[in-house]
Write a protein that binds this ligand. Structure first.
Ligand code: ZN
Length: 689
């Protein structure tokens, strides 16, 4: 599970001043440079591009630096996979746009060409032609006619034409893919009234319906049970389901299977990484991962995950694989991603306290006793410094992860949870003083509180969500994680959020020395309610509903507590100069409401109660009051802030004397397009058709 990139973007915008954080010294990411590091490099459409620094990289040992270098190469080698999984024509489109960008011989200074460049940047930003967050197809602002000019004035040899294809035929193939709103309009459809598979453009199923896919896996599970095979594996995680001469076949992502050229490269670099592994445990992790990419065997994937959970002493760590299932409307297929990182020893103190006391939190939660874990195992948590993002985690990235996703591994072996400190730091720095907080906060007091305690509140909420929230609770016997189907992600995120919201106001946190006072919890409640009831709506176009799981989760929670506490005015809707605000009158009352909802949501999860999940989500999390939406969008537009952020990665280079590696150099480039073009040149391993 991930704490989405965008989960906290808005919260972070509210915590404009990052400097005052309790118990942790202010980070000085770049000690050597006296000039200010440029975090925000550019804005286009609804996106902004940020850079992040990798503090402490220089102090790592040569072996650790080398390890990061090899793992970062492995992370970049799978880049094309993410594009292809998102939509089967993404690579064809991207290559075409890049050829134009590189070779177009017409006027490159015109307003039309600038619009073309924005479209290409959006494709890079989203790993394809669908918005990374809403999953809606976005359309270019230039015309079809101009597109044909671009194509004809670009060297034919650099365009990805099919064998024997004329330029006209090529144009006829590409134009509807790019310009027609009816071709592949949505990457992930979650509309329960329609066929989820048929209505999703993501490239996990071809030539079949939702029912076909459901039957296929139901059968496969039945067969596995009958033949006494491993039934705990994540069925379907690393494959595409296609119809071939009337039969449904699973095409596995592996060397020798689907995505073989890219995965071979990933393995090439993993083998180099294995040779400089820090510990025997880490050596085993890499060995298992390589074996899995070779065989595609999901039992080996589980073995890899178990080995990964047990590798606690390596400073450098990474994820690399087909992991999160948000891209599949059926929540089965994993999108390829990689994140390379190392531990921030100092900042990890905070999460160590939480994980050491995991049982205390489990025992004292408001959840019904039968749904609590008797023994919470191995909730390890750490704060990490990200060194490289890859695949679906690049350029937009989560700010926290909690893996593995398999419930039984989490229960028997525990999980690893991380907060990406240098990423949130970059967000904070880029957001300082953009006016967002002042516009939507009800009072000066709220603004002050956010400035003083917001950064810590945000980090602590992420920690609680990731270290404890997702790992808490247990399922009833016979209930599996997929029982809630299309509502699973929303309910799961709500469960983790509620756990965090409930505990951030617990006196135990003061006792553990994690917070100085109650102000931290208040700051979190202020921003959570503001976000859930109002400010997150800035991400949605007028007339649309809320679809993304984390946004639904936040709407669900905020609206539920608002409604339940209405008679007691726990949260009050107030207006000033025609503007709407939500003011919290009773913070303790609000905490009790969070606890109440946590109890309900845990029961739904534990019992796999699809109907109850559907009810809650459809009533509270989907629809938007059009009046309020309009107002929020208008107020937001005046601030001129791009709501989504993507990142430029640092560049690592081996320093050699003869054949001996003597150091690994790190540099921070500042041009997004250059980085994307470099990646496309160096790491394109998949065919476009
Ligand atoms: Zn989460």
């Amino acid at each position: 599970m991930i704490l989405m990139k965008t989960t906290r973007t808005l919260l972070i915008m509210l915590t404009a001043f990052a400097a005052l954080s309790f118990g942790k010294p202010e980070k000085a990411p770049d000690n050597k440079s006296t000039e200010k590091f440029k975090y925000l490099t550019e804005q286009f459409a609804d996106a902004k591009i940020l850079r992040y620094q990798v503090p402490g990289f220089e102090t790592l040992s040569l072996k650790q630096k080398e390890l990061i270098y090899y793992l970062s190469q492995a992370a970049l080698s799978g880049r094309d996979i993410a594009y292809d999984q998102n939509f089967k024509s993404n690579l064809l489109i991207r290559k075409t746009l890049e050829a134009i960008y590189q070779d177009y011989k017409g006027d490159r200074k015109s307003a039309e060409f600038a619009k073309f460049v924005v479209y290409l940047k959006r494709v890079w930003f989203c790993n394809g032609i669908h918005h990374h967050y809403s999953t809606d197809k976005f359309l270019p602002e230039f015309s079809k006619e101009y597109f044909s000019v671009l194509i004809t004035k670009t060297k034919k040899a650099s365009l990805p034409l099919a064998p024997g294809q004329t330029t006209d035929q090529f144009l006829a193939e590409l134009t509807p893919l790019i310009f027609s709103p009816d071709v592949a309009p949505k990457r992930v459809s979650l509309d329960p009234k329609s066929d989820l598979v048929l209505n999703s453009a993501s490239n996990f199923y071809e030539g079949l319906t939702q029912k076909d896919a459901e039957d296929f896996y139901a059968n496969m599970k039945k067969e596995a049970r009958k033949n006494k095979q491993d039934t705990m594996i994540a069925f379907g995680l690393n494959s595409k389901l296609v119809r071939e001469s009337g039969k449904i076949v699973e095409k596995t992502y592996k060397i020798g299977g689907l995505y073989s050229p890219a995965l071979s490269q990933v393995v090439f670099w993993l083998e180099k990484a294995q040779a400089v592994a820090e510990t025997p445990e880490q050596h085993l992790v890499i060995e298992k991962l390589i074996a899995y990419y070779r065989s595609g065997n999901l039992t080996t994937w589980d073995e890899y995950n178990i080995a990964w959970v047990k590798d606690l002493n390596s400073l450098v760590d990474f994820v690399n694989g087909f992991i999160e299932v948000y891209g599949d409307p059926m929540a089965m297929k994993g999108s390829w991603e990689s994140i390379v990182n190392f531990k921030d020893v100092e900042a990890t103190r905070r999460t160590e306290i939480l994980s050491k006391n995991a049982q205390f939190f489990e025992d004292n939660s408001p959840v019904a006793p039968e749904f609590k874990k008797k023994k919470v195992k191995g909730v390890t948590a750490k704060v990490i410094i990200v060194a490289q993002l890859g695949g679906e985690s690049d350029p937009t990235t989560p700010i926290g992860i909690n893996l593995p996703n398999a419930n039984w591994i989490r229960k028997d072996y525990g999980s690893k949870s991380v907060t990406m400190d240098n990423i949130t730091y970059a967000y904070d720095q880029a957001a300082a003083g953009n006016g967002f907080l002042e516009e939507f906060a009800w009072s000066k007091e709220e603004v002050e509180r956010s400035r003083k305690s917001g950064h810590l509140a945000g980090n602590l909420t992420t920690d609680l969500h990731e270290c404890l929230g997702h790992g808490s609770g247990q399922l009833k016997r016979g209930v599996t994680a997929d029982s809630l189907k299309n509502y699973h992600s929303t309910i799961e995120e709500a469960r983790a959020d509620l756990f965090a919201l409930y505990y951030i106001k617990d006196q135990a946190l003061v006792k553990f020395g994690l917070v100085p006072d109650d102000e931290v919890a208040k700051a979190e409640y202020d921003s959570y309610i503001r976000n859930g009831l109002m400010t997150q709506l800035v991400r949605i176009h007028p007339g649309k509903t809320i679809e993304e799981a984390h946004m639904r989760d936040r709407a669900l929670i905020a609206r539920w507590v608002y409604e339940k506490g209405m008679d007691r005015k726990i949260i009050e809707k107030v207006t000033r100069e025609g503007k709407t605000f939500f003011r919290i009158n009773d913070y303790d009352g609000l905490r009790a409401e969070f606890g109440e909802l946590l109890k309900i949501i845990q029961q739904i999860t534990s019992e796999g109660d699809y109907k109850a999940a559907k009810n809650l989500v459809e009533i509270y999390a989907v629809q938007i009051d059009p009046e309020l939406h309009k107002e929020v969008l208008q107020r937001y537009a005046k601030l001129n802030i791009a709501p989504y952020a993507g990142f430029i990665n640092p560049v690592y280079t081996l320093v050699k004397e003869g054949n001996t590696i003597t150091d690994v150099k790190i540099e921070y480039p500042d041009d997004f397009a250059t980085q994307m073009m470099t990646y496309s040149k160096k790491y394109s391993f998949l065919p476009v058709r």
